[in-house]
Ligand binder design. Structure first.
Ligand SMILES: NC(=O)c1ccc[n+]([C@@H]2O[C@H](COP(=O)([O-])OP(=O)(O)OC[C@H]3O[C@@H](n4cnc5c(N)ncnc54)[C@H](OP(=O)(O)O)[C@@H]3O)[C@@H](O)[C@H]2O)c1
Length: 342
């Protein structure tokens, strides 16, 4: 596990719990208290060669260098800060011929592209089988695929376009960075092109705004149909059996859902899914509006687990979902959340 930030530490929990993998350990770059957390979690810690002395002087018992760890691995899950995965690929994975999964902050196109596909388990799971390099879509991109694909399968050509407004949280709960009192817009949200990478036929337009909150993302998806939009009941029914989609009635905001995950003792305080807010679902003439929340830190963890099973084992999606569900208890936790917000 290369990187031990908000995503890396969650992925490390997941990787170490799945005994089908032999988990080598985590790479740390800064000799800070998170290193102690990793060691307390019984993870072997690897650090850059030039930092070995500093970690050892700070009394952190490191197992070796990042270079040695990559050499010993069959596949690396990279969770570096945005853009760091590209440097790792050029410096380590490519020269050592190691497969790697990158996170959604890496580039799909251009000079810093790290892979030729973005994975979304609901859309293109099987395409990742046997690939050396794949990007796991970001939390927002993963959530959009999970909502759009069931609609595209059920209504196909009847859908004219999707307009999505993403309201992004400013920082994660664990982040120490300041949350500024401002609403920021994004001139060119990457989410639109990322989703089109795995759903090229979707007529999609995305706007994204960052707001001073730490509690999940909120998406408002407006779907325009060519003829009258389906009924609310048809839409709810279409999502009722979707893996990693909860349908909640009484939640009033993002914090309700996040705090529930924390009080219910879900691992890392995550739900690991998207939550459709049934009360705010609206149908009017040609339009359907779906409002759903997207667990920013948890969403991509089962996604990475599914992706690993495609890349490493070439397992069928059905079998992989069974395995992921056993590990994450997503179906059980979906039912719990639906009961809590009925
Ligand atoms: N946070 C989210 O909600 C979220 C959701 C979905 C996807 N993502 C994506 O996941 C990736 C990681 O995000 P994050 O939120 O976990 O970032 P983060 O909390 O800032 O953590 C980034 C980590 O990168 C480590 N690092 C520094 N140099 C590195 C290198 N050369 N190679 C590997 N790791 C290195 C840092 O280690 P030290 O602490 O030791 O310096 C730090 O722990 C990004 O691509 C992001 O877009 C994030």
């Amino acid at each position: 596990m290369n990187g031990y930030g908000n995503i890396g530490r969650r992925l490390a929990t997941m990787l170490s719990a799945d005994k089908e993998f032999q988990f080598l350990g985590v790479a740390k770059y800064t000799a800070d208290e998170k290193t102690r957390e990793a060691l307390d979690s019984k993870f072997d810690v690897y650090v850059p060669k030039h930092n070995l002395k500093q970690f050892r002087e700070s009394n952190y018992e490191v197992s070796g260098t990042v270079e040695e760890a990559v050499e010993q691995s069959d596949i690396v899950v990279d969770a570096a800060k945005e853009g760091g995965g590209f440097d790792n690929k050029k410096r380590l994975y490519e020269p050592m011929k190691k497969a790697a999964i990158f996170q959604g902050g890496e580039d799909r196109h251009g000079a810093h592209s790290v892979a030729d596909m973005i994975h979304n388990s609901r859309v293109n799971y099987a395409k990742a089988s046997g690939k050396m390099y794949v990007i796991q879509g970001s939390c927002n991109v993963s959530g959009m695929g999970r909502i759009m694909q069931p609609l595209a399968e059920k209504f196909g050509d009847e859908i004219e376009r999707y307009d999505v407004t993403i309201v992004r949280r400013w920082a994660d709960l664990e982040d120490s960075k300041e949350v500024r009192d401002s609403i920021e817009w994004d001139e060119s949200p990457h989410h639109q092109e990322d989703v089109k990478d795995f759903m090229p036929a979707a007529n999609l337009f995305v706007e994204a705004y960052k707001v001073p909150s730490r509690m999940m993302h909120l998406h408002q998806m407006l779907i325009r149909f060519k003829t009258k939009a389906p009924t609310k009941d048809t839409i709810i029914e279409a999502f009722s059996k979707e893996f990693g989609v909860a349908i909640l009635k009484s939640a009033k905001g993002t914090a309700d859902v996040r705090k529930k995950a924390l009080t219910l003792g879900f691992q890392h305080g995550d739900t690991n899914m998207v939550h459709i807010h049934q009360e705010s679902l609206r149908v009017q003439n040609y339009f359907l509006k779906i409002l759903y929340t997207d667990d920013q830190t948890g969403m991509v963890i089962p996604e990475n687990h599914l992706l690993l099973q495609s890349m490493v084992f070439g397992r069928s999606r059905e079998q992989a979902i069974k395995k992921t569900d056993t590990l994450f208890q997503l179906s059980r936790r979906t039912r719990i959340l639906e009961e809590e917000f009925k």
